[in-house]
Design a protein. Structure first.
Length: 67
């Protein structure tokens, strides 16, 4: 339902592992080019320091897979 966002790769890895442990599903990390991207960001209560989420779709043209 959500796309989780952070600007810290270590936070992204840790949060991804927490989700994997909780839901037994794998995760991916993408780098997002925000130039020209129009999305709404919300502060994530599960990741209060440096974590956000969006309910918007993000076009693949803005994404680069890291993990």
């Amino acid at each position: 339902d959500r796309i989780y966002l952070t600007d810290n790769i270590e936070i992204a890895k840790s949060f991804g592992m927490n989700l994997k442990n909780k839901y037994s599903e794998d995760f991916s990390i993408y780098k997002i080019n925000t130039i020209g991207l129009d999305i709404n960001l919300y502060e994530d209560i599960n990741l209060k320091n440096g974590g956000y989420y969006t309910l918007n779709n993000i076009s693949p043209k803005f994404l680069e897979r890291i993990i």
